[in-house]
Design a protein around this ligand. Sequence first.
Ligand code: AMP
Ligand code: ZN
Length: 114
Amino acid sequence: MTEPHCIFCRIVRGELPTKRIFEDDEILVFPDINPAAPVHLLMVPKTHVATLDAAGAEHERLLGRMLLLAPRLAREQGATNGFRIVINNGPDGGQEVYHLHVHVLGGPRPWKRL
Ligand code: AMP
Ligand code: ZN
């Protein structure tokens, strides 16, 4: 289920351009438009879940799959010497886009921020 005006739902539906680095029936991975590191991927569920707070037991498998996919994609995209996973949650967590996403950051340091 997607939301009409959510920016990441619009990317999932193909209404906004991106490079689809990986996708299957429940996950889409694309580059962050304002990268904070040489490798900066966003992993999103194809269904609209606003925050990690809003995720429930029904998302357990999906969240596990996203985490287990991250090392492979980080490596394939050039982060061969380690990476960082970030999930911002809510206003004080610095979340700007309210569609759950996992940042995958890697590549040679120094990074711009985060
Ligand atoms: P957060 O602060 O965790 O909500 O991060 C949102 C991220 O989405 C930021 O790093 C933005 O650069 C990124 N972003 C926003 N719009 C787009 C877009 N159209 N395509 C790719 N990344 C985006
Ligand atoms: Zn959405």
